[in-house]
Write a protein that binds this ligand. Structure first.
Ligand SMILES: [Ca+2]
Ligand SMILES: [Ca+2]
Ligand SMILES: [Ca+2]
Length: 340
């Protein structure tokens, strides 16, 4: 009960996360994998103050951290944690606790304003893709994935796409991440899909539809069902399919090899696509396109069936069970390109 308040990340990571999260094992692995980073302790004092701004998610997570870090009473983080903890208990907010707590784990060491911005919106999946070795894509929130593909089909530990954030990214070259059957979003459930992508310069000969994210079953009945986000000849699209009938929203993206931020949202009726924090297109569905539960894996960097590979760096993938607002998307982008 007397752990120093200046190290809430460690307290959360080692005591709370393990039991609290859906991705508890992943969170623990994140701590182990990232623990040795030298700046960890130095950065945690900064992160404690910023954590208090993360709202109920961070606050409720730190229920344990707050009670064990009571020496810090009077500081933003400690009081936030205590208040958050009370709120979390009242709401039975285990999921929220998980999200906030894993922010600490995912951060590992240095505070990440970008990760905090993501976690403030309570994703159901958040992959920082910052592994340096192994085959597990450790989830900060949600199920961890497996890096899949032939030897050389992906490269870990590539420069990340978030400014002033030491967390790295993966370069996919045919491989990707398989998250298993997750995030079906049956019916007309809302969602948001988010990623940072840095494809190679367009050479004019590009062909094919390169999946950034995919949760699409076409194999069981030969017809496309689900949703995905793809690149094709400098065009980005979010699509939604039921029994082969689909609707899309499209937007142009850079073809000069520069990175961009994408968020696709679905609010139950309208598909929207945002690039670099700005709304770029939308499509109001003209048919219901009611999704069914399927068993196709959610994948990053290639289609659920392993095809349609993306080439390039992909980073900071998040999925939310809500349509993020334009303001929140703009904020994520602003933090991502400023580092604060
Ligand atoms: Ca990353
Ligand atoms: Ca199908
Ligand atoms: Ca399913």
């Amino acid at each position: 009960m007397n752990a120093p308040s200046q190290d809430p990340w460690r307290v959360v990571g080692t005591t709370l996360l393990v039991g609290a999260l859906v991705g508890a094992l992943g969170g623990c692995e994140a701590v182990l994998a990232l623990g040795p980073e030298p700046d960890r302790d130095a950065a945690t004092s900064d992160s404690s103050s910023s954590l208090s701004g993360a709202g109920p998610a961070a606050g409720s997570t730190t229920t344990t951290a707050g009670s064990s870090g009571q020496g810090g009473h009077g500081e933003g983080a400690a009081s936030g944690a205590v208040q958050g903890g009370a709120g979390g208990a009242g709401q039975g907010g285990a999921g929220q606790a998980g999200a906030g707590g894993s922010s600490s784990a995912g951060g590992g060491g240095p505070a990440s304003p970008y990760a905090e911005a993501v976690l403030a919106d309570e994703p159901i999946l958040y992959l920082r893709l910052g592994e340096t070795s192994g085959t597990t894509a450790v989830a900060v929130v949600g199920p961890s994935g497996q890096y899949v593909g032939d030897a050389g089909s992906y490269a870990l530990n590539q420069p990340g796409l978030i400014i002033n954030d030491p967390d790295t990214a993966v370069h996919v070259k045919g491989g990707g991440v398989d998250l298993g059957d997750f995030a079906d979003f049956e019916g007309a459930q809302p969602y948001s899909l988010e990623a940072w992508v840095k494809p190679p310069p367009e050479d004019g000969a590009e062909d094919g539809y390169h999946r950034v994210l995919s949760k699409e079953d076409e194999d069981s009945d030969g017809e496309r069902d689900g949703y995905d986000l793809w690149l094709h000849n400098g065009e980005l699209a979010v699509e939604r399919f039921v029994a082969g009938a689909g609707e899309y929203a499209f937007a142009d993206v850079p073809v000069d090899g520069s990175a961009f931020h994408v968020v696709a949202t679905f609010d139950g009726v309208v598909l929207r696509l945002y690039v670099d924090g700005e709304p770029r297109s939308e499509q109001t569905l003209t048919q219901a396109l009611t999704l069914s539960d399927n068993s196709a894996p959610l994948t990053v960097g290639r289609a659920s069936n392993g095809g349609n590979e993306l080439q390039g760096i992909i980073d900071e993938v998040a999925i939310y069970a809500a349509a993020l607002s334009e303001a929140r998307i703009a904020d994520h982008y602003a933090v991502g390109v400023s580092g604060r």
